[in-house]
Design a protein around this ligand. Structure first.
Ligand code: HEC
Length: 181
């Protein structure tokens, strides 16, 4: 019985490595994968997955001192970044940088908005609106590094404006179909 178990395990192992083996040369000759498959998130999904939660960590520091956030019972499993192993002001620094880096993802061609239209990366004002977000993230990062809540207040203001500038133009529409035009 025991030997049979070992043999089965070995077979399973062989099966797995065969599945993970590099595809034959035919795959190599294929054209590089379409941008869409490398950027599966819609613009709205990026906003909800990265910008919204990160901005909230920055906004929190306006009214509450991140140093006063007690660690979660198990900081390694915390769902609140401020109470996690990388919490307090470090969480504000990292959330700010996540926003700066995510700004680059807003300029990638091939991404769609939730209504199926392409993200308007070639519109003249789009890069400027994205740069506004980048600047806001950097301001928040510097404020977080200084652990100064007055500076966070200023940076949060810049950030709210950066989000709103773009939303006013591309999101706040009577119908979803008119977004991203
Ligand atoms: C350069 C433009 C731009 C910037 C900057 C921007 N957004 Fe957005 N955002 C959009 C657009 C356009 C949509 C709608 C996207 C879609 O429908 O796919 C959107 C959607 C969202 C959504 C999803 C809700 C909804 O109505 O679909 C959230 C949440 C959001 N943004 C938060 C933020 C926050 C927070 C910031 C700033 C930290 C920000 N956004 C900065 C353009 C922007």
């Amino acid at each position: 019985m025991r030997i049979r178990g070992v043999v089965l395990m070995m077979l399973a192992f062989v099966g797995i490595s065969a599945a993970q083996a590099p595809a034959p040369s035919k795959a190599k000759a294929k054209a590089p994968s379409a941008p869409a498959s490398r950027n599966p998130a819609t613009l709205a999904q990026l906003m909800k997955g990265i910008l919204f939660p990160s901005a909230n960590v920055v906004f929190f520091a306006q009214s509450d001192n991140p140093n006063d956030v007690p660690p979660a019972k198990d900081p390694a499993l915390a769902i609140n970044p401020l109470a996690s192993s990388y919490g307090k002001w470090e969480a504000v620094e990292n959330a700010s940088l996540a926003i700066v880096e995510a700004a680059n993802l807003l300029t990638v061609p091939g991404r769609k908005c939730s209504n199926g239209l392409p993200v308007p990366v070639t519109n003249a004002d789009w890069p400027k609106l994205v740069q506004g977000l980048r600047d806001a993230g950097m301001a928040a990062y510097k404020a977080a590094q200084s652990k100064n809540q007055d500076k966070i207040l200023d940076a949060a203001d810049v950030m709210t404006t950066a989000c709103a500038n773009c939303h006013d133009k591309y999101r706040e529409k009577p119908t979803p179909a008119d977004r991203c035009k």
